[in-house]
Design a protein around this ligand. Structure first.
Ligand code: XLS
Ligand code: NI
Ligand code: NI
Length: 433
């Protein structure tokens, strides 16, 4: 035991009326929602990078957090893992996620970095045996080190492609060994700053081939989890090749991977792309590529990916409604890709940020489930498209343009505009919040 969280007992569900800060008001793992335990619906994960590796810097200043495990020795990496699992025990969430760079010190050579990773993965494996938390997904950090400044798989230097391949292979092996349920690729540097020095066509081809190789390797080692791409439109790159769900889907089809790869959708990234979170989820579900989510929120004025903890259940309810409508997660989950504000220095802040985030999501899930169960919104949606249930309408979709056109004169069609009833449906939503 470390003494980082000293005195903080495991968080329990006490209900909405409790005055206890260190309690769940809405998250009740065993409560049944639409026939399934809440824990199994939400599948919460803690992100190692924000909670245990991030020092609290911003573009104007460095480290604000003073954590006893900061540093780059293996002993400190083990202490970090100890603290992480102590937090997982306090929160009781079933999963966590990491990048290689979060859990192990960088070595002087690739071989040393790999040795460090393997050693810490053994340690995490022992931790998993003694504790509840399991790996939701692993990933490689292909964006922090300067070697990746011009991209990983899309780097103009083929040596960096090789280095990225070695890094991803090591991380897929690590994820597989820990029984991870997914492997994520976020292409933070897979894009460009200026077209003046960029061969856009070659870079996209290399990224596509890289992803095919990842999928081939997954099958070779018998990894049963899902491969997930995490779309983001920009930041750090000016233009990123995996802009949003629609762009990623086009990319997957181009490289024959739409049946092999799904998406990990992040709230903040959806907003940066000019979409709503629920739009991205609904689109992915309709394309058959919905995998998992990174839960957070942006600051709505700054226009950055600020990775804040969610605190607005009404907003998240729309997202969970789409997840429920899609049948829920399979291998995916709700990963808090969220970090404290840099002034939130205390161990308590780390716990309470997650408690608030988990409660926000649980409350959102309950609202979404109640509305789905009532069938009211689905009935309204169905009624709006009811015209398509007629044989004449269906026939148009298999016939020709001329046949569809001919109906207008033959049947004397003059379309009758109908209300979309948006405000009525918004009022309906509000009754369930
Ligand atoms: C950054 C991304 C990153 C991925 C994992 O914006 O969200 O944290 O989730 O590499
Ligand atoms: Ni993310
Ligand atoms: Ni992000």
């Amino acid at each position: 035991m470390t003494d980082f969280f000293k005195g903080i007992a495991p968080i329990r569900h006490e209900g909405p009326e409790t005055a206890n800060e260190f309690a769940f008001r809405h998250y009740n793992p065993d409560e049944i929602v639409l026939g399934k335990r809440m824990e199994d619906h939400l599948r919460f994960a803690v992100a190692y990078w924000h909670s245990f590796a991030w020092p609290g810097g911003d573009p104007f200043g460095g480290q604000t957090f003073d954590r006893p495990w900061f540093g780059d020795t293996m002993d400190l990496a083990r202490m970090k893992a100890d603290v992480a699992f102590e937090m997982f025990d306090i929160l009781g969430q079933p999963f966590y996620c990491f990048h290689d760079a979060d859990v192990r010190p960088e070595g002087a050579t690739f071989a040393e970095s790999k040795r460090n990773l393997d050693e810490i993965v053994d340690y995490l494996g022992q931790k998993q045996e003694a504790h509840k938390a399991r790996l939701l997904w692993g990933t490689a950090n292909l964006f922090s080190h300067r070697r990746f400044m011009a991209g990983a798989a899309t780097n103009p230097d083929p040596d960096v492609y090789a280095y990225a391949a070695a890094t991803v292979k090591a991380n897929m092996d690590a994820t597989h060994r820990l029984g991870g349920q997914n492997y994520v690729l976020w292409g933070g540097r897979e894009g460009y700053e200026t077209l003046l020095n960029t061969d856009l066509k070659a870079e996209r081809q290399h990224a596509g081939r890289f992803l095919q190789q990842v999928v081939e390797y997954k099958h070779k080692i018998g990894f049963k989890g899902a491969i997930l791409i995490e779309p983001k439109p920009q930041e750090p790159s000016k233009h990123q090749y995996d802009y949003d769900v629609a762009t990623v889907y086009g990319f997957l089809v181009e490289f024959g991977l739409e049946k092999e790869v799904k998406v990990n959708i992040e709230q903040g990234h959806a907003i940066l792309a000019g979409h709503s979170f629920e739009h991205e989820i609904a689109l992915a579900a309709s394309l058959g590529i919905f995998g998992s989510i990174d839960m957070n929120r942006n600051d709505y004025q700054s226009g950055w990916d600020t990775d804040q903890f969610p605190n607005n259940h009404a907003e998240k309810a729309l997202a969970f409604y789409e997840i429920l409508r899609a049948g829920g997660y399979t291998t995916g989950g709700t990963n808090f890709d969220a970090k404290l504000r840099r002034q939130s220095l205390d161990a308590e802040d780390l716990i309470l940020a997650h408690v608030g985030g988990m409660d926000t999501c649980a409350r959102a899930l309950k609202c979404a489930a109640a509305l789905l169960e009532s069938g009211e919104l689905e009935a309204a949606r169905k009624a709006r498209y009811a015209g398509w249930d007629t044989p004449a309408a269906k026939a148009m979709l298999v016939g020709t343009l001329e046949q569809a056109a001919a109906r207008v004169t033959a049947e004397g069609i003059e379309p009758e505009p109908r209300s979309g009833r948006q405000e009525r449906l918004e009022n309906l939503w509000n009754r369930y919040l």
